[in-house]
Design a protein around this ligand. Structure first.
Ligand code: NAI
Ligand code: MG
Length: 499
């Protein structure tokens, strides 16, 4: 008999953090055994003849086979996008383009549970995140850019905005559908056509999105979705009939793409890595700050380019912050991504898990002190316990390199200047967080921190109207807001394509 039954209590009060399982039904998702490439409005067999398996990282079970697009497939996709651009899409009345985008946004909302379940199945992220963050934001991006499609002349007055042509878009595995939305929505609103490649570990939501496009009756070829690994991405980058490349992923690949495109006249935007500082001043509301620290680094298993992976705590409050943080970590529920109570899901891939393990081992070796709450991990699948490193020196790899996992490195500071100096001591510059009661300090820190996005008394907040992007090795170009349209437009007397 359970405690509750014994007490015959009708209003249960949880006595601990052991929640009963609350699994989301997975049967809303119908998977094919094998998927072709979405080219010219249809799923077609790859010319390459090659396929590879895509997994559920929480169980290592294969979910489906997807195509490995080769050079010939990339060429077909680009031709289909070019054809659609020249024969209809770029001449379509902007208000008509907007209608398709509104339709896509509405269908995403209608099918959001299906997408959320699929996103968690294929990527390992908790269902509450895919349901409450990835899906609503993806739909919001389409709604937002739908609104701009027929107002480009007002958005960029006297500059005669015109579409660029065919956009090649390469996205990562941490927010598969959301990164697709960030890329596809502004490209279409501006009148371009698209060849998009999802990451090799998370192709399924992009393939389901192909079905949304069919449902929305988007003209064939306007969006082509091809699956494959880095070599497929490289073929898109190299293809001479692509006018613009948008890439989100590792700094290493971003640099390679930039080298490849130098001198070609193709437009390029890069959203790369980060090692953001989350800075807690001694006047901050500590309990809220601790929630912000947790959200900053354990959200999406820390697979977030703008994750607050370096915690900078003012020395005078170091002890209470660390104590509260450790206590909070013991309440994080790690496990089945499809369980609605799960806070931290599965690591996206074996490769990423090994990278996290390697960096964590280096942290221990270099002399940082490690804390991990007691936690029982599932036997199968890829998992990592939420981790905090204290006693971290700025020179340690865990303070310098992007771990892209649920691992926080804690440093301290005494004065605001020291906080700025430490926060900026990184090759990256994507985001930062500032926690303080003082408005003037927020403004002064925001001026001095070299990061594209700075959150004050919150963290990891996104909105389609707000531009997002980096400094230094975090890349260049902005996505979101009006800024996010510019890379998809050319203007009178400006960058006509070189070639
Ligand atoms: P990656 O940069 O290799 O992959 C991202 C995308 O680029 C994927 O679609 C991949 O197929 C494609 N790609 C790979 N090589 C390419 C090439 N030569 N040309 C064109 N496209 C190519 O990232 P990976 O290997 O998955 O992760 C490695 C590390 O990168 C992670 O541990 C993390 O630190 C960082 N990363 C950062 C992301 C961010 O949002 N800033 C996203 C993904 C990874
Ligand atoms: Mg890679």
């Amino acid at each position: 008999m359970t405690d509750l039954e014994r007490r015959q209590d009708r209003s249960p009060v949880p006595s601990g953090w052991d929640y009963a399982p609350a699994p989301e039904a997975r049967d809303i998702v119908t998977l094919e055994d094998s998927y072709g490439l979405f080219i010219g409005g249809e799923l077609v067999d790859p010319r390459s003849g090659e396929f590879f398996a895509t997994l559920d990282p929480s169980t290592e079970e294969p979910l489906a086979e997807v195509a490995q697009a080769g050079k010939e497939d990339v060429d077909l996709a680009v031709k289909s996008a070019r054809d659609a651009f020249e024969n209809g899409w770029s001449d379509l009345a902007p208000a008509e383009r907007a209608k398709y985008l509104f339709r896509i946004a509405r269908i995403l909302q209608e099918r959001s549970r299906e997408f959320a379940v699929l996103e968690s199945l294929n990527g390992g992220k908790p269902i509450k995140e895919s349901r409450d963050v990835d899906l609503p934001l993806s739909a919001a991006h389409f709604f937002y850019y739908a609104g701009w499609a027929d107002k480009l002349e007002y958005a960029f007055p006297n500059r005669q905005p015109r579409p660029v042509g065919v956009a090649g878009q390469i996205i990562p595995w941490n927010f598969p559908l959301l990164m697709l939305a960030w890329k596809v929505a502004p490209a279409l609103a501006a009148g371009n056509t698209v060849v998009l490649k999802p990451a090799e570990t998370t192709p399924l939501s992009a393939l389901l999105f192909a079905d949304v496009l069919r449902q929305a009756e988007l003209p064939p070829g306007v969006v082509n979705i091809i699956t494959g690994d880095g070599s497929t991405g490289a073929e898109i980058v190299k293809h001479e009939d692509v006018d613009k490349i948008a890439f989100t992923g590792s700094t290493e690949v971003g640099k390679a793409i930039q080298r490849e495109l130098a001198g070609t006249g193709k437009k390029l935007t890069l959203e790369l890595g980060g090692k953001a500082a989350n800075i807690i001043f001694d006047d901050a509301a500590l309990d809220q700050a601790v929630e912000g620290i947790v959200n900053g680094i354990y959200f999406n298993q820390g697979h977030v380019c703008c994750a607050g992976s370096r915690l900078l705590v003012q020395e005078s409050i170091y002890e209470p912050v660390i104590e509260k943080l450790k206590r909070r970590l013991t309440t994080l529920r790690v496990g089945d991504p499809l369980d609605k109570n799960t806070d931290v899901g599965a690591i996206n891939s074996k490769m990423q898990l090994e990278k996290i393990q390697e960096l964590v081992a280096s942290g221990k070796e270099e002399g940082a002190e490690i804390y991990q709450p007691p936690c029982r991990l599932p036997e199968k699948g890829y998992w990592f316990v939420p981790t905090v490193f204290t006693n971290v020196a700025q020179s340690y790899r865990v303070a310098q390199e992007e771990i892209f996992g649920p691992v926080l490195s804690v440093l301290t500071f005494r004065t605001p200047d020291e906080a700025v100096e430490k926060a900026n001591n990184t090759p990256y510059g994507l985001s930062a967080g500032v926690w303080t009661e003082k408005g003037s300090r927020i403004l002064s820190m925001a001026q001095k921190l070299k990061a594209g996005v700075i959150w004050a008394n919150t963290y990891n907040r996104f909105d389609p109207t707000s531009p997002f992007g980096g400094y230094k090795e975090s890349g260049f170009g902005r996505e979101g807001g009006l800024h996010g349209l510019e890379p998809y437009l050319q203007f009178e007397q400006s960058e006509a394509r070189g070639g």
